[in-house]
Design a binder for this molecule. Structure first.
Ligand code: ZN
Length: 284
């Protein structure tokens, strides 16, 4: 599940390795992955990679000629650098970018679903693309200060849903939201509009601390090649049934079709254990 810390780390590691490299070919073997028509991918050939950077959960590979590959890894994608081209039996690649020295930058996707996507567009049009133009402010390193953050979250919706909504704030997903709310000692179903000023301060501090801590952890532990399975340093998400690291009471979870909310009843919900049905209605 690449979220802000994983995408930021990917961008940093790759930027250091491929900046300046000449692009020798660009292909999109995944039939559904390329979501733009003009300019064609071949427009990248002969240009150099300028940088790799992140916006929200998107990766952006910029070229020296003013083009940008905008990508979303969705839930099972990775952008990885290899020192030789993919073989003919490769089925996981959605985009191949051949670099000088026979290296290859590959957008790969695991599992049977094809959800990861790529667009090639002029850098000058990046922020106009609907994928970026509708994003909220970055969750890290500097999320909005309380008056503005309070306005962003001022909705009759649960925090868990608000923080994962990329239009509200960009970069947080299903995994890190559990860690942030646990650290801020806030209930996942507390309404954004009901946050007290001190809770808003705490939430902002823990958004920065949690995401920044994850990035620092990856800086210490990850190097190229980026592994297929990222070891995410989560202590709450997917840890239901284990003791809370703060108070030792049992962590609980509420299961939904495509995500799970994990929390500590003692630290976050005044001892209340959330019922699945009630929450599924609240979070709609
Ligand atoms: Zn606890």
């Amino acid at each position: 599940m690449p979220e802000l810390p994983e995408v930021e780390t990917t961008a940093r590691l790759l930027a250091g390795a491929v900046a300046g490299a000449r692009i020798e070919y660009a292909r999109a073997p995944g039939i559904n992955a390329l979501r733009s028509f003009e300019p064609p991918l071949t427009a990248l050939v002969g240009e150099q990679v300028l940088t790799v950077r992140r916006r929200g959960k998107h990766l952006i590979v910029e070229s020296s000629g003013g083009l940008a590959l905008l990508m979303h890894l969705m839930s099972a994608g990775r952008l990885q650098l290899y020192d030789k081209p993919a073989g003919p039996r490769d089925r996981s690649s959605r985009l191949l970018l051949g670099l000088e020295g026979s290296r290859e930058l590959r957008l790969r996707e695991f599992g049977s679903r094809q959800a990861a996507w790529v667009k090639l567009l002029p850098v000058s049009e990046l922020e106009l693309d609907e994928a970026l133009s509708e994003l909220g402010p970055e969750a890290w390193p500097e999320p909005p200060q309380p008056p503005e953050l309070g306005e962003l979250l001022d909705a009759p919706r649960p925090l868990h849903a608000l923080l994962r909504d990329q239009h509200v704030i960009a970069g947080i997903g299903r995994s890190w939201v559990d860690e942030i709310l646990w650290r801020a000692q806030l209930s996942p179903y507390k309404r954004g509009g009901d946050l007290e000023p001190d809770e808003l301060e705490r939430l902002r501090a823990q958004i920065i601390g949690t995401l920044g801590g994850a990035i620092a952890h990856y800086e210490d532990t990850l190097a190229l090649p980026i592994p297929d399975k990222l070891p995410m340093p989560l202590i709450i998400h997917r840890h239901e049934g284990e003791p809370c690291p703060r108070c030792a009471s049992t962590l609980r979870a509420v299961h939904f079709e495509d995500y799970v909310i994990a929390y500590c009843p003692q630290c976050q919900t005044e001892g209340r254990v959330l019922k699945d049905r009630r929450l599924s209605r609240l979070l709609r």
